[in-house]
Design a protein around this ligand. Structure first.
Ligand code: B1M
Length: 213
């Protein structure tokens, strides 16, 4: 089955093959969301498990990540709804000290798919950069991604920085990433934790319509 092939080629780091298979899957009419989750994300999850067990190492993970990006770029136009007017503004980034950006890029893609305007701050983003951007650009939402247990604490600093800057009541702070939990969200006083990119986009839409009401 083509989705399994995509997953296997991604695990092997074959970016060109992944791109060709993703295109084929699109042409066959498989929904972009399904290709993303059952092909690309599935492959990345296998790599993650192997990385954890020392069966593959950083170079293999990097080529898999490159293949993932190549495949998801092809899906982007399909996930991004055409002609939808921006109904809110979000600044997104991976927190300071953390360079993982695949999940963050997926969240960005899904937010854009809902018609939201997204300012991508990249990786290794300081609490001050999140807060200053939200303030200067009038963002309704700050979206933070963290993949390391050692960096998720920066999310608490983002909440504190927003309080210190006096914008805490004007901005919703959304958090996510593999080590992040609902409990942690409550503990640091952020506004929402969502486990995946699609639910992050739904929640962001909910916040934006609440805030514009
Ligand atoms: Co890193 N890494 N890594 N890594 N890496 C993990 C995260 C790890 C779990 C691997 C492991 O040991 N099993 C482990 C963390 C352990 C821990 O903290 N508990 C780890 C480690 C230790 C490290 C290094 C320290 C390794 C080293 O150098 N010794 C190092 C740190 C570098 C740094 O950041 N300072 C490192 C480096 C790297 C690479 C550079 C090689 C590469 C990153 C490439 C890149 O991103 N451009 C990499 C990768 C690829 C991984 C794994 C294998 C895959 C991560 C990924 O992209 N997953 C990962 C293992 C794993 O997660 N299974 C691992 C796919 C992606 C789609 O999922 O990002 O979780 P994810 O996003 C999901 C959800 O979490 C959610 O939506 C997405 C899907 O819908 N989500 C949000 C994400 N952000 C959200 C925000 C939201 C809402 C939802 O709201 C705002």
């Amino acid at each position: 089955m083509i989705l399994e092939e995509i997953s296997l080629k991604l695990q092997a780091g074959k970016a060109k093959d992944v791109a060709a298979l993703v295109q084929q899957a699109i042409d066959e009419g498989i929904p972009a969301q399904t290709i993303l989750e059952e092909g690309l994300v599935d492959g990345m999850n296998v790599i993650g498990e192997k990385f954890k067990n020392n069966e593959v190492f950083v170079p293999e993970v990097l080529v898999a990540a490159r293949a993932m990006n190549k495949g998801s770029q092809l899906l982007k136009p399909l996930l991004v709804a055409e002609g939808v007017k921006a109904s809110g503004k979000v600044c997104i980034g991976t927190v300071q000290g953390d360079l993982h950006d695949i999940g963050k890029n997926l969240v960005k893609m899904m937010l854009e798919g809902k018609g939201l305007e997204v300012i991508d701050l990249g990786t290794d983003v300081s609490p001050e950069t999140f807060v200053n951007t939200a303030k200067d650009q009038n963002c309704q939402i700050i979206a933070c991604s963290a993949l390391l247990t050692t960096t998720m604490g920066v999310m608490a600093d983002v909440v504190k920085a927003a309080e210190a800057a006096g914008i805490r009541d004007q901005v919703k702070i959304m958090i996510g990433g593999a080590p992040v939990t609902e409990d942690y969200c409550r503990q640091i006083g952020a506004d929402a934790y969502t486990p995946d990119a699609a639910s992050a986009a739904d929640k962001a839409m909910e916040f934006c319509s609440e805030m514009s009401a």
